[in-house]
Design a protein around this ligand. Structure first.
Ligand code: PA5
Length: 432
């Protein structure tokens, strides 16, 4: 039976030896122990570790009921949130829904993830004639981007639906604290809780992600089942059988060999938003104390026509982690053309996925010969189960990797600096 997810290290043999992996083994095992027994910094934010097995069944059913309600009352769901309060949802929705769809399909629109006045004003105009509902997501309830978007969108909702507007607002926030929670109580909005022990970037499998993902018709039970299977495997498997540990090991080994950047690559653009989620997970977890790999992403073969030249021949500063999907859900047969006007008949009878796979193999050979280390992550297919598995894999890997690096992977003190400056420039009361 094929594995749901498999890290292939063969392509690394030019850059990292088995001895390298053995050299770092004790540190990796120690980092995993520290993570699991809660003896490391930030240990109070490890709720995500057990989430796939501790998720309350009643809460899951309430999410499913609400998702159904949203689908029956609206054809657009506006998800308001930023960073960890929206990236996981977007990753799952774009990975699992078809690229193109009929007009009848429920639409999801993101707001509060930007301060673009153009975006918000165009959105307000677009929604005027739509049946819509809002899921506002903010743990702190004070983040300025979603707060401004919610104020404007809620006013539109009230103008459109009057007394019924409050039935169209779904709040996901802290259990007790924050302006949003207070408002939710006052207005009796249907609300969901972000557990205290789970930070934003680890929250995709909490109501933060589960409600909007379910509202888009994606099976959250399968998503959680995949994460549970990943948990069972990676918490128990020993070093050489544990891809989360080996991935954390490889990243740190390459970092120590003075390769400062990791690029997450896909050959399926449905994974572009997963890369955005992954970038936040790794950058915000590891980029501190003057340390950490800089993370970037690319979608091939598209970006081979833009970044490809640099990757092949520019400064040697990165390694690639390539997510390769074994089996596409849909494929296209390349047909024979009697006149062969384009000279492509040598491909007739092959599928487009075969061409994509050969592009991957050709690129892999080229980049390795150009001294770019490549880690390959084979994902068997792109479905809710596999995606849940992949989410958990990366979350666990970053926890282990962060402890190997010697930082607290669960805080983000550096994010506050720009906010302070911005609030001072905006004359926010109480900010010096
Ligand atoms: O991972 C994080 O903690 C951040 O990205 C937050 O999710 C983001 O800043 C939004 O914060 P909040 O949910 O409090 O509005």
């Amino acid at each position: 039976m094929r594995k749901v997810l498999e890290l292939k290290l063969d392509s690394m043999s030019h850059f990292l030896s088995k001895t390298d992996f053995e050299t770092i083994r004790k540190e990796v095992e120690e980092a995993k122990r520290t993570l699991l027994n809660g003896s490391g910094p930030g240990q109070e934010f490890r709720g995500w570790l057990d989430l796939p097995v501790t998720f309350d069944e009643d809460e899951l059913n309430r999410i499913l009921t609400c998702a159904k309600k949203i689908r029956s009352m609206a054809n657009v769901l506006v998800v308001i949130g930023i960073g960890g309060s929206y990236l996981g949802t977007r990753a799952a929705v774009e990975a699992l829904r078809p690229y193109f769809s009929s007009r009848k399909r429920m639409e999801i629109i993101y707001a509060g993830q930007t301060l673009s006045s153009q975006y918000l004003s165009e959105l307000l105009f677009y929604l005027k004639n739509k049946e819509f509902a809002i899921n506002v997501i903010s743990k702190s309830g004070t983040t300025i981007e979603p707060a401004i978007a919610f104020r404007a969108l809620n006013n539109l909702l009230k103008a459109k639906y009057g007394d019924e507007a409050s039935k169209r607002v779904f709040v996901t926030s802290d259990r007790k604290k924050g302006a949003l929670k207070k408002l939710a109580n006052q207005q009796q909005y249907e609300s969901f809780v972000i557990p205290d022990d789970i930070g934003g970037r680890f929250s995709v499998l909490t109501p933060v992600g589960l409600l909007p993902i379910a509202a888009m018709g994606i099976s959250i039970k399968r998503l959680l089942a995949g994460a549970k299977a990943a948990r069972n495997h990676y918490l128990n498997a020993s070093y050489w059988k544990n891809d989360a540990m080996l991935y954390a090991a490889a990243r740190n080994l390459l970092y120590r060999k003075e390769i400062p950047c990791e690029m997450l690559v896909n050959y399926e653009p449905k994974l572009n938003q997963l890369a955005e989620w992954w970038k936040q997970l790794f950058a915000e977890s590891e980029g501190k104390d003057g340390k950490g790999l800089f993370v970037a992403s690319a979608s091939f073969s598209t970006d081979l026509h833009s970044l490809g030249q640099y990757i092949q021949e520019g400064r040697r500063l990165l390694f690639e982690t390539v997510i390769q999907i074994n089996e596409p859900q849909k494929d296209v047969l390349i047909e024979k053309e009697p006149s062969d006007f384009d000279g492509l008949n040598y491909l007739a009878g092959k599928t487009l996925d075969v061409v994509n796979k050969r592009a991957f193999e050709g690129t892999l050979m080229a980049h390795i010969s150009g001294q770019v280390p490549n880690l390959i992550l084979n994902l068997d297919k792109l479905d809710p189960y596999s995606l849940g598995y992949l989410f958990y894999f990366f979350e666990l890997a970053v926890g282990i990797s962060g402890y190997i690096l010697g930082i607290n992977p669960f805080n983000q003190p550096g994010v506050e600096q720009y906010k302070k400056n911005m609030f001072r420039l905006l004359d926010k009361p109480g900010i010096q």
